[in-house]
Design a protein around this ligand. Structure first.
Ligand code: HEC
Ligand code: HEC
Length: 315
């Protein structure tokens, strides 16, 4: 593990890419760029504008609006623990965090820039030069370096050391009786761990729960990337960490509470031609629901709360 960065318990080591290794200077530069509204066409829409730090780096509204005020079609999900993701976006269309960045930067409905435009803008801010020198060895400002710095910062947005992590590590008193009952249901009867598993509670695959399929023009999800009919309506299995801090839920932000999410699962999802066959209805009485909600609450941890938005930006 690199000096100057501590990883909360329960998470594996951060897999730093060979061509973008961690350094404190690189993460610090990435953090400034992430929070800097000047990377957008109107000077206000930073990455943090939609991925709100106090909301576990997700949007507090179902859908976000960018520089032109137009609503996006999907919910801006949490950026917690993305370092361990196999792909980015609800449909997995970006392979890496570095590659993902072009999308929000150049989307006219998000930050509304061009990649060249962003480079020109950052170059025109004299204070950034020395920070690029500290992060990359010389003060050249390139698009590649901008994405590398932002991605490095994103890999430091982590959540671990939750009561559940402490329980797994052997502290049997870290979970209450109710939470242990909820865990049991989660793993067995509820079959939640079929998809939500591993340290990040995601198998990194895609599944169709039917959310949004009752709309007039439903979001086709993973199908848009693969063009396989069996991928219609599939979305990436999201992490379940820090759920308490990041309502609303699902790819379209259509579900307001965790209690309603559980109701959907108890019904076996929303019927549609491509519904995942692993979803089967189950009986959810009030007590089991309380157990499950208590367990999900035990997945709230720490790490990301230590990231405070910069108060001063390079000039
Ligand atoms: C206007 C709002 C908005 C802005 C600004 C924005 N994003 Fe997003 N972001 C979204 C939405 C909406 C999604 C989900 C889109 C999808 O999955 O198709 C998303 C998805 C992501 C994901 C995928 C996470 C995952 O779990 O797969 C990453 C990473 C990300 N954004 C990083 C960034 C970075 C870095 C910036 C700044 C360069 C940024 N975003 C700016 C709205 C925004
Ligand atoms: C077949 C795979 C699968 C199973 C089984 C499954 N989930 Fe999910 N879960 C998903 C997918 C995919 C999504 C996102 C769906 C979407 O946005 O349309 C999701 C979303 C969620 C969300 C919302 C998270 C967010 O960030 O918006 C919660 C909470 C959740 N699941 C909990 C559970 C619980 C509890 C169970 C067991 C009762 C369960 N899941 C079983 C695949 C699964």
């Amino acid at each position: 593990m690199p000096a100057g960065l501590s990883i909360p318990m329960g998470l594996p080591a951060i897999p730093w890419p060979e061509d973008n290794l961690y350094s404190p200077a690189r993460a610090e530069l990435g953090k400034l760029l992430f929070f800097d509204g000047r990377l957008s066409a109107n000077g206000v829409v930073s990455c943090a504008f939609c991925h709100e730090p106090a909301h576990a780096f997700s949007a507090s509204t179902p859908l976000s609006r960018g520089v032109n005020g137009k609503s996006r079609v999907r919910h801006a999900q949490t950026l917690l623990n993305r370092a361990w993701g196999n792909s980015q976006f609800w449909d997995g269309r970006a392979a890496t965090l570095e590659a993902q960045i072009a999308s929000p930067l150049t989307n006219p409905d998000e930050m509304g820039m061009t990649t060249d435009g962003v480079v020109q803008k950052i170059r025109s801010i004299k204070g950034y030069g020395p920070l690029f020198a500290a992060a990359f060895g010389d003060s050249a400002i390139t698009y590649d370096r901008i994405t590398k710095a932002i991605a490095t910062f994103e890999r430091t947005i982590v959540s671990g050391n939750s009561p559940y992590d402490r329980y797994l590590a052997g502290d049997k008193s870290a979970l209450t009786k109710q939470q242990k009952d909820g865990l049991d249901f989660f793993n067995k009867k509820g079959e939640c761990a079929e998809c939500h598993r591993g340290p990040n509670f995601s198998d990194e695959k895609f599944a169709n729960l039917g959310v949004g399929t009752d709309r007039v023009n439903p979001d086709l999800g993973r199908f848009v990337v693969t063009k396989k009919r069996s991928d219609i309506g599939k979305f990436k299995v999201p992490t379940l960490r820090d759920l308490a801090h990041r309502a609303p839920y699902m790819h379209d932000g259509s579900i307001k509470t965790l209690s309603e999410v559980l109701d959907l699962y108890a019904k076996g999802g929303l019927p549609n031609p491509h519904l995942d066959t692993r979803l089967v209805p189950f009986y959810l009485d009030e007590e089991t629901k309380r157990d499950l909600l208590a367990f999900l609450d035990s997945l709230s941890g720490e790490g990301w709360q230590n990231i405070t938005p910069p108060t001063v930006f390079p000039q």
